[in-house]
Design a protein around this ligand. Structure first.
Ligand code: MLT
Length: 263
């Protein structure tokens, strides 16, 4: 029997060079709202919900980084897009690295936001597995609550509207997707070889105060990719696209403008 295509929800704006915005864990496409508005005037911006997140279908399995990247390649197929600039936030960066390993011809340029190319340490894998078990037992709110402590710069009001929106996204994610993505991240390979071989334009963006993914990891990624540019966003933690949306959009725009096919 033919496999049913998985329903993947996405938001879309504008025309021109395709730019695919890939959210991190355990968020959804709405982290990119300001970027859809800012970049949609010039580019064809597509912001999907990865499987199990936001409004996309949430199957019981299929949450490793190759599965998530494969969903996005099929989405590009459906939209008739051969190559896009992939912008991956954190886990979205791991998904982008998986795409670069398996479907490099679908990526015209890569932007990594608060992301890196190392695999999980042994301790991190154990921690992910116990979080996955807890999520399946108790739901996602404990994980969401713990993450709230680590993802924003100090000056962000944890009770403010923006932080509340992010928290709501996290608790809205399907438990099987949160557990599946935790296990999927634990299984991901070392992608430093992919980064070293990259022969497309690349940008590494990091919030200056990112405690979730430290500067040593984002700096390493920028150093590994031949010719990569790096931008550090002041006043931002792990979520620069929502903490400092204007500075983030300016950095992205400056990079996109210089790509062949940008105009
Ligand atoms: C993310 O924001 O996607 C996650 O913090 C990544 C991770 O846990 O490695």
């Amino acid at each position: 029997m033919a496999e049913q295509p998985l329903y993947l929800h996405y938001a879309e704006a504008g025309h021109g060079m395709p730019v695919l915005l890939v959210h991190g864990f355990p968020f959804d496409h709405r982290i990119w709202d300001a970027q859809l508005a800012a970049l949609g005037a010039t580019y064809h911006v597509i912001a999907p919900d990865l499987r199990g997140f936001g409004e996309s279908a949430a199957p019981d399995t299929g949450y490793n980084m190759d599965d998530l990247a494969g969903d996005l390649v099929r989405l590009l197929d459906r939209l008739g897009i051969e190559r896009a600039v992939w912008v991956g936030h954190s886990m979205g960066g791991y998904v982008t690295l998986a795409a670069l390993r398996r479907w490099p011809e679908r990526v015209s340029a890569a932007v990594f936001v608060g992301s890196h190319a190392q695999p999980d340490s042994h301790e991190k894998k154990i921690q992910r597995e116990s979080s996955a078990e807890l999520v399946m037992k108790n739901g996602v709110s404990d994980t969401a609550f713990t993450m709230m402590g680590a993802i924003f710069a100090d000056e962000v009001d944890r009770q403010g509207d923006m932080a509340q929106r992010i928290y709501d996204m996290m608790v809205n994610a399907a438990p099987q997707a949160v557990a599946g993505a935790l296990r999927g991240m634990a299984e991901r390979p070392d992608s430093r070889d992919v980064a070293r071989r990259l022969a497309i334009p690349a940008l590494v963006i990091a919030g200056e105060d990112d405690e979730a993914v430290g500067a040593e990891l984002t700096d390493e990624l920028a150093a590994l990719i031949p010719g990569a540019r790096q931008v550090i966003i002041p006043g931002a933690g792990h979520m620069p696209m929502v903490e400092q949306p204007d500075a983030f959009a300016d950095s992205l725009r400056t990079f996109l403008e210089q790509l062949p096919g940008a105009r």
